[in-house]
Write a protein that binds this ligand. Sequence first.
Ligand SMILES: Nc1ncnc2c1ncn2[C@@H]1O[C@H](COP(=O)(O)OP(=O)(O)OP(=O)(O)O)[C@@H](O)[C@H]1O
Length: 243
Amino acid sequence: MNDMRLPHSILPLELNEVSFVHRGQILLDHISLRLEGHGKTLIMGPNGAGKSLLMRLCHGLLKPTEGRIRWSGHDNGKPPRQAMVFQRPVLLRRSALANLTYALAAGSTRHTRRKPLAWEALEHFGLTAIAHRPARVLSGGEQQRLALARAWLLKPEVLFLDEPTSALDPAAIRAVEDAVADFHRQGTRIVMSSHDLNQARRLADEVVFLYGGRLIEHSPAEVFFSQPQTARARAFINGDLVW
Ligand SMILES: Nc1ncnc2c1ncn2[C@@H]1O[C@H](COP(=O)(O)OP(=O)(O)OP(=O)(O)O)[C@@H](O)[C@H]1O
C-alpha cells in the first residue's frame, strides 16, 4: 500500500481548553494539547482518568462542552482521514469479508474494487482463513485484527486506538502491536491509550498522562519514563496505586 500521508495534512490536531461535563461532573478539565509530526503518542493514566473520552472527542464521536478542537487549523468537525479502533471492536452481523466490503461501500469505493481490496486487507492481517465466518464468532484477537484491517482500508492519516489489547492474550497483543507498527511505517500518526507500562515503553514516542480528567504531563517517552515531572506520574510508573 502507498504511503498514507497526503499532501494536505489534517495535522496538527489542537485542543484548546477542552472540557467535557456530564450531569454536572467535570470529566475532562480544560485540556490543551497539540499533536503533530509522525510519532506514536500513548495516552496513559489510571482507570477513569478520561483516556477514552479524550480520544472519542478527538475522533468526533462526542462534542466538547467547552473549548475547541481543530484539525489543521479548522473547526470543521470530523475530518475524513482518521479512524478509531476500540477496546471491543464494533462489528456488523456479517462475515469478516462483508464487514470490509461494507466499510468500503460506505466510503464510496467502486463496487468492482471492493472485494479485491477487502481480500488484500484480509491477507495483510492474516485473516483469509476466516473470511467467510460471521465476524461475531471470531476470537477476540481475530476481531481486533479485523477492526484493524477495516481501519487500514480507510488509509487514515491518524489512527486512534482505545486500549486495543486489554482483553487479548500475548500472541494477539503481539499481532496488534505489529499492526500498529505497520500503520506507523506507512505514514499513519498513532494515538493509543494503554494501561500497560511495558507496552507503552515498547511503542511510545511521547506520552500524554491524564489524571482525574486533567492533563498532567505531555512529554517525550524517554523523559516521561526516566524523569516524570509529577508525583502522580512517578507513582503510576512505579506501579503504585494512584489516587
Ligand atoms: N459518554 C460519556 N458520558 C458520560 N460520562 C462518561 C462517558 N464516557 C465516559 N464517561 C465517564 O467519564 C470518566 C472517564 O471515563 P473514560 O472511559 O474516559 O476513562 P479511561 O481513562 O478510559 O478509563 P479506563 O482505563 O478504565 O478505560 C468515567 O467516570 C466514565 O464513567
